[in-house]
Each structure stands twice: as C-alpha cells, then as structure tokens.
Design a protein around this ligand. Structure first.
Ligand code: ADP
Length: 366
C-alpha cells in the first residue's frame, strides 16, 4: 500500500492542448479512488501520468512522500488494467498469469503457488488450461485483473476496465473488483465515465470536467452535497432536475406555481438574489405525489404527464410544467396515465438552489 500526493499537476500535450489543469489530491493508503467524468475530461491522462506512461508537464507527484515525477513505470510499483484485456491469445490462462513472473525469473514453484492463489481469488481455477478465446468477456477481464494483482504492487490503476462487458457482466465484475480490492488492500485508482460504477465502487470520487476537478468526495457527499450544477447533474440516474427562475419579492414564479424562497433560505440569501436569475434543483426521487402522501413543508407544482417508463422497482414519469421538462420517480403502483394532470411536491429539505451564472450551489442557511 502506498499513499499518493498530486500537487498542482498539469498536462499540456506536445500539440499545445492543455488536458489537465492544477490537479490537487491526496490519496490515502489502501483507498479506492474513482475518477469520473465525460469522455475527454482528462481522466486517462491523469491516470497515465500517475502510471508514468505520460510525463507531467507541471506540478509534483509523490509516492509515500517521495517525489516520483521522474520515476519510470516499473520503479513506481504500479500495475495497470486497461479497457482492452491485452491477453496473449496463444497462451493459456495459466501462462498469461505466469508470464510477468517468468520474465522476472521467479522460481517455478513460487509462480505455481501465486498463479493458483490468484486464480482462486478470481474464480479462474477451472479455466487455467484454456486459451483466452475460449473464455467469456467477463472471464477474460478477470484474467487481465489477475495479471495485474499477481505481482504484489502497492498501486493498482484501472482504465475503464469494464467497458467491453455487457450490462450483466459489468454488475458482477463491479462487486468482484471491490472484493479484490478488499483482499489485496492496494491503493486503487479507477477511471470510468459511468456514474453508477463510481457511486458503487469508490471510497471517494473525483468528478472531472474539461480537465478541471469539480469536486472530490464520498459517494454520499457528491449525491447530497454537490458543489455545482455539473456534479448535481452528473451524479444520480435520472439526473437532478433543474428549473430556471427569476427572483421577485423573494419568490420564484414557475408558471402558476410560486416558490417562496424564505421558506428554505435565510433572509440575506433571499435578498442577495432578488432580481437575479436562479436555478432550482431537485432529484426525481425526492418528490411526493400530492393526494398520495401527507404533504407539509414542501413546494407544490402542477404538471402534465408526457410519458411514463415502468422500470419495475419504480416508474420514471416525464412531465411538462408549461414548457419546462422534468422527470419524477414514483412508486410503480402510483404510475399516472399519459396526459393526466398531476400535482407533485418537493419537500423543502430536497430543494437545491444554484447561481445561474457561476452554476455554483447556493448555501441556503448560514
Ligand atoms: P478521458 O480519459 O477523460 O476520456 P483523456 O485524458 O483521454 O480523457 O483526454 C483528455 C483530452 O486530451 C482529450 O481532449 C483528448 O483528445 C486530449 N488528448 C489525449 N491524448 C492526447 C495527445 N496525445 N495529444 C493531444 N491531445 C490529447
């Protein structure tokens, strides 16, 4: 296990493109960190700088407090798993697992012991004689993970390792990787564009956009305390709903619905945003249906149902509030009919406000 420090890390590619800006992060020993963000936001670039596969243009990188900018990949004690499995097609699973150790000149009986132990962790024991082409995608990815963990490394790096798997295999491998992490205890950095993977696997998540860190926090933090509209919209499925509004006399008028800000925010906050554009956010699952539940301390909003999607455990209801589109998540037994008029309530404690210009979250209470 190792702890890592990234201080003011920047990447400027030879063509002048500035892919990562001032990346600062302390990663604790044994932590499972996930870098998440849309394609092109700089996740892989940052990971590759940590791996030593890409040089750091500016800033300092430390492993266990020792500056490692100039260290080569081998000296850093890292193992990396990529999106493509990169297995040797003509070698059996056993040989694929053993190959790295063989190159290092490790004794054969030690290799055998390690291969067997690794295969056991990954449930590959009965496939050791097979060639990669005789394995499923999930099994191949397990071999790729096995090749990385068989060398006792302190730092384990994974770049979108599940993206070639189907949805079901991804769910299985997600929990397998979490379990392997628990067993090996290696400090792990995992890159994905998938917010569900980030939420389910990470100790802490780093949300990135356009080369900048947006927020670092536990899954709980990011979900309940997003720092800005990007994070609020990125984490959660379906994403948070946003309604733009103009504050007048301390109220936002959303068509016929009046949202009286003094109910949720201190007077200074309400006064500060008087005559300003503001964005109100709420999560689809935070709403209650008026008439179904006892509603107090909530803003009520009327809307028309446009579409419903029954997912089994809940129904996504796409509604229109006189031109504003939002999504509500309701109990499947309460699924409304298309074109029905509906009134829903957003409990005060589930309302988020954002500054429309900076897109930053507004603190409601001092
Ligand atoms: P992500 O992993 O988040 O999808 P990357 O780190 O791969 O993003 O890329 C970040 C940005 O840097 C992208 O805009 C990408 O096009 C650019 N980029 C990646 N590699 C190079 C390169 N070798 N030269 C120039 N630009 C690059």
């Amino acid at each position: 296990m190792a702890y890592l420090t990234l201080r003011g890390i920047n990447k400027i590619y030879p063509n002048g493109f500035h892919a990562v800006h001032d990346f600062n992060l302390e990663i604790e020993k044994g932590e499972f960190i996930v870098f998440v963000g849309s394609s092109g936001c700089g996740k892989s670039t940052t990971l590759r700088m940590i791996a030593g596969l890409e040089n750091i243009s500016k800033g300092d990188f430390f492993i266990d407090g020792v500056r490692a900018n100039e260290k080569g990949p081998r000296e850093r004690g890292v193992a990396m798993v990529f999106q493509s499995y990169a297995l040797y097609p003509h070698m059996t699973v056993y040989d694929n697992l053993a190959f790295g150790l063989m190159l290092q000149g490790v004794d054969e009986d030690v290799i055998e012991e390690k291969v067997n132990a690794t295969a056991k962790i990954l449930g590959l024991t009965e496939y050791l004689d097979r060639l990669p082409r005789a394995l499923s995608g999930g099994q191949r990815q397990r071999v790729a993970v096995g090749r990385a963990i068989i060398r006792k490394v302190d730092i384990f790096l994974m770049d979108e390792p599940l993206s070639n798997l189907d949805a079901k295999q991804r769910v299985t491998m997600r929990s397998e990787i979490t379990q392997i992490h628990r067993q090996t205890g290696a400090t792990t950095i995992y890159v994905t564009h998938d917010q569900t993977e980030a939420m389910t696997m990470a100790d802490r998540i780093v949300v990135m956009k356009d080369g900048y860190i947006q927020q670092v926090g536990t899954p709980y933090d990011l979900y309940f305390n997003p720092t800005n509209m990007f994070v609020a919209g990125f984490i959660g499925e379906p994403p948070m709903n946003f309604i733009e509004g103009y504050v007048k006399d301390g109220k936002i008028n959303v068509n016929d619905n009046v949202i009286d800000l003094i109910a949720i925010a201190d007077k200074e906050v309400v006064d500060k945003y008087e005559h300003e554009e503001i964005v109100l956010g709420f999560r689809p699952e935070a709403i209650k249906l008026v008439g179904k539940e006892d509603i107090r301390k909530a803003f009520k909003i009327s809307c028309t149902v446009e579409l419903t999607e029954l997912l089994g455990d809940n129904t996504n209801v796409y509604v229109d509030i006189h031109g504003i589109k939002t999504i509500l998540k309701v109990d499947p037994h309460d699924s409304p009919a298309v074109d029905a008029k509906l009134e829903f309530a957003i409990p005060f404690e589930s309302v988020y406000l954002f500054d429309k210009h900076t897109e930053k979250r507004i603190k409601l209470r001092a």
